[in-house]
Design a protein around this ligand. Structure first.
Ligand SMILES: Cc1cc2nc3c(=O)[nH]c(=O)nc-3n(C[C@H](O)[C@H](O)[C@H](O)COP(=O)(O)OP(=O)(O)OC[C@H]3O[C@@H](n4cnc5c(N)ncnc54)[C@H](O)[C@@H]3O)c2cc1C
Length: 539
């Protein structure tokens, strides 16, 4: 296919935003003050992660609590958070939340909808949470407000059912995007803009088991890489330990609070196993639980373990977790009586496109915000519920920088080229397998789950890279969203496997069985990759 040649209809916008999730919409609202904003999004505009999102937000009403959240965020980041980014997030979050509250009455904190509650691994209340009895998600509520506000602004044009397939460039600068419509007969379109924001969400769909929405194929990461941008810390992918595993049901993340309320994990032989893995047993940190579950699944060749909720009590389950209760009933599970099948699933993309505090990438006029970006907030792992706030705060920040035309960010220079990894994802090994989009995605997701997943090993990462390099996406006469998603999934999987191989230590969300400890012999280092350099680590 030669999409650029086939593209029709050159159009012009002042600003182009790719993605209509929390980050993209928040940015669009800011950009609308300075010109015409075109927002492109795959599928229906109401598609992104948020409808699934749990109802909590790491926001706090007082300065004291901001400091506490900062501490927890830095702890989770395991030495790789950028303190300035964490400060920016926590200092600006209250104002961003207040704004959303002013735009939508149902989010008023003094109203009945919000309450402070505890969160996993916290021993003090510091999470702003929508009461479960509301049976809605705070993320969903915020999205609803942002969408309504964006739709009411004439300067913002949201075009759903469009997949951006390439960033347009003139010299080193990004000047727009090429995208494909999801019509019965798909068409290429081309729009130029003064600045482009990637707000395309994460890469959960690289994995066989994921909580992420279908749109989360790592598109923004692949597009930015192809445009020459630096990527950072791709190896850090957060896996949520206990997700519902029921036929036909999405992998709903079960609240970690269930374990605090006495729920127990059992293997397929109905034995408690967590005490064998961690002194805190079922209350161990999320990463330790995820690893233990994988180990048990491997040992017994089973596809899940079970959560026994009887100690939580049926009344508390119905009252405290009504949304979960209803979701399970919908899938023929009575959580008060049945054992609930659970497994870990890829949940949050910690690394991504390297950006400065203003969302600027290393490429002129290209910006990124939200889950696609490595803003420095999360370091090596994301704390609790910072992701929604990141979208709000850094979406707004990136928009301001786009209006001001701020310069690209600068990253550590790569070392001289070494022989340990290829310069791009395009190296073709001797024997290649050409697959159609669906088969290729199935193959990649399996490989990533088994060899680049929760428990990693150098030899398996190397094998994964070899296998990924041998896969080729078969050309198709009719372009489609799924063709491009497969292309992006393959490209990002290759990069992620290489980054994971390069990090010979266990840190944050990245666990290496062959290097089970954190390497404290050197200052904490980020991983970087860009064309034409191989993966390299730098402080
Ligand atoms: C089940 C679940 C529960 C969660 N719970 C919480 C929580 O409690 N608290 C919290 O803080 N965070 C939570 N998160 C994480 C949080 O919801 C996400 O990190 C956040 O919503 C991401 O927002 P975003 O705007 O970056 O991306 P998204 O909301 O994923 O939006 C991405 C947008 O980009 C579009 N897009 C992608 N590729 C292209 C392309 N090539 N062309 C055009 N458009 C494209 C998509 O269609 C979509 O519109 C949860 C996530 C999940 C999956």
């Amino acid at each position: 296919m030669a999409p650029l040649m086939a593209a029709a209809c050159d159009a012009q916008a002042d600003f182009l935003v790719v993605g209509a999730g929390i980050a993209g919409l928040r940015a669009a609202l800011e950009l609308a003050r300075a010109g015409h904003v075109l927002v492109l999004a795959k599928g229906h505009a109401a598609d992104p992660s948020l409808p699934h999102a749990k109802p909590c937000l790491a926001c706090s009403a007082s300065d004291d609590e901001v400091v506490l959240s900062e501490h927890d965020t830095l702890q989770a980041g395991d030495g790789l958070c950028r303190p300035a980014a964490v400060h920016a997030l926590l200092e600006e979050a209250p104002a961003r939340i207040q704004e959303v509250i002013e735009w939508g009455a149902e989010l008023h904190p003094s109203g009945a909808g919000l309450a402070l509650a505890r969160s996993t691994s916290l021993n003090r209340p510091r999470v702003l949470r929508l009461q479960e009895s509301q049976q809605a998600s705070l993320g969903g509520a915020i999205m609803h407000v942002l969408r309504a506000k964006a739709q009411s602004m004439p300067a913002i044009e949201i075009v759903p059912r469009t997949t951006v397939v390439e960033l347009l460039r003139e010299g080193p600068r990004v000047t727009g995007a090429l995208y494909l419509t999801e019509d019965r007969v798909p068409r290429y379109r081309r729009t130029r803009a003064k600045a482009v924001l990637l707000a395309t969400g994460g890469l959960g769909q690289l994995y066989r088991e994921t909580t992420s929405p279908p749109s989360a194929c790592g598109d923004g990461i692949a597009l930015a890489f192809a445009a020459g941008a630096v990527l950072e810390d791709l190896e850090f992918v957060q896996f949520y330990p206990t997700c519902l595993h029921a036929r036909g049901a999405p992998h709903l993340p079960l609240p970690a609070a269930l374990l605090e309320h006495g729920a127990k994990l059992l293997n397929v032989d109905l034995e408690r196993f967590m005490p064998r893995y961690h002194e805190a047993g079922d209350r161990a940190p999320a990463d330790a639980i995820a690893r233990a579950i994988v180990q048990e699944m491997r040992n017994s060749r089973s596809e899940c373990v079970y959560l026994d909720l009887t100690a939580v009590g049926p009344d508390r389950l119905r009252k405290r977790f009504p949304a979960l209760h209803l979701a399970c009933v919908r899938h023929n599970l009575d959580i008060a009586a049945d054992l609930v099948p659970v497994l870990p699933a890829a949940h949050f993309t910690v690394g991504g496109v390297a950006v400065g505090l203003n969302g600027a990438t290393s490429v002129p006029r290209l910006y990124a915000a939200g889950e696609v970006a490595a803003s420095g907030v999360h370091g090596a792992n994301a704390w609790g519920a910072n992701a929604l706030l990141e979208g709000l705060v850094f979406g707004a920040r990136a928009a301001k920088a786009m209006i001001a035309g701020e310069r690209p960010s600068v990253w550590p220079t790569p070392p001289a080229r070494t022989s340990d990894s290829p310069s791009s994802t395009g190296e073709v090994p001797t024997s290649c397998v050409a697959l159609d989009a669906e088969s290729l995605v199935r193959e990649v997701r399996c490989l990533m789950w088994h060899k680049v997943g929760i428990i990693r090993r150098g030899s398996e990462l190397a094998e994964a890279s070899r296998c990924l390099d041998s896969l080729v996406l078969a050309e198709t006469a009719v372009p489609s969203r799924s063709y491009y998603e497969a292309r992006h999934i393959l490209a990002v999987a290759r990069l992620l496997a290489r980054c994971a191989a390069k990090r010979a230590e266990s840190r944050g969300a990245h666990y290496r069985e062959d290097f089970p400890l954190r390497d404290d012999s050197l200052p904490p280092r980020h991983s970087y990759v860009s064309v034409p350099s191989p993966v390299y680590l730098a402080a």
